[in-house]
Each structure stands twice: as structure tokens, then as C-alpha cells.
Write a protein that binds this ligand. Sequence first.
Ligand code: URA
Length: 209
Amino acid sequence: MENVTYIDHPLVQHKISMLRKKTTGTNEFRTLVEEIATLMGYEALRDLPLEDVEVETPIETCMTPMLAGKKLAIVPILRAGLGMVNGVLSLVPSAKIGHIGLYRDEETHEPHEYFCKLPNPIEQRTIVVTDPMLATGGSAVAAIDFIKQHGGKHIKFMCIIAAPEGVKRLHEAHPDVQIYVGHLDRELNENAYICPGLGDAGDRIFGTK
Ligand code: URA
């Protein structure tokens, strides 16, 4: 599928397996999520634009590439997406951070925005949307709908574990969005949990239950 990248790096795969263990505690879980986000971010940001700038080394002056502008926005989908922010931020400390919160209507099951605050202006920025679990794809599609309504154009979506259903739905709704997946799992169960998955990512990151 064009615009969908599976990160098959052994370090990412090892760390995802550690996340899956039900004996992995909150502290370790949080650290692993951050580390995976850094490793995935390294891959997801490989097309950031560069420009040659003049730099004086101890030897001579040269033209050398640096990131063109400070134009990255990280937008976690609340709440689990927050766990990935620092991992990406460690790569691009100048990134601005937006937030998007969604709740699911109990009757229609449709996601609704309850909070959306994005760096302004958003049009020129590369936007990295984070959510560790891409399950049905409903939240990811809705979040990206909202970001596009606010003017967002260059959007990447990073998740640690995805269900095939979620990847398909997100890709069909937003074929222009580059999707980065740490591991593609087997399926969703009847409660929309990813199998084998890792349970509820938000609860495991924040130690709630
Ligand atoms: N969200 C989670 O946190 N876990 C799942 O398995 C699916 C959605």
C-alpha cells in the first residue's frame, strides 16, 4: 500500500515485544513507548527538507545542510498519543506541539472533537500525528479530518501497533497521509482491542485502570 511504511527494525520489534508483556510496569512501558517513538520518528522524518547554510568549522568555512526552518508540529491524539511526544521531540526539540482530543458518541459511536489546539499557522508545517494504537482507525481518521479542516496539509501518522482494519480505513480516508506502523497485528476483537496487542495503551502509559 503506497504511503504505508512498516518499521521492520530489530530494535523496534524487540521493544514492541517488551511492551506487549503484561508484566511490563508503567515506568518501563512509558520509557519503551518514548524510545520506539524516537526510532520510528528517525524513519518518518527522513524526508524533512534541508537547506545549505554557511558554517565556520575550526578549519574553514563551508556550506553544509541543515533542517530548513523550524516547521514541525507533533500532534498527539489524547490521551495515549501523549506518550510518544517526547520521543519525537528528542529528535526535533524545536517542534511545536498541538493536541487533539476526541470522544466517542455513545449512540452513534462516531468520534467528536472536544479539544483541538494546533500551532498557528499550521499550513506550512509537517505534522506528525501520534497514537500508539491504530485499531478501527475511527479516531485517526477523525483527528486528521479536523487537522485538515484547520488547514493542515503535510501530515504523517505514527502508530506503534496497528490492526489491518485500521490501516485500511485510514489509508482509504486519507491516501495522502504517510502512515508509519511499528508492527501490524492480526486483528481486532469484538471489543475493538488489537490482538495480540498490548491492552489499553493509555492505561499502561499512565498507570490507570
Ligand atoms: N486502543 C488501545 O489502547 N488498545 C487497543 O488494543 C485498541 C485501541
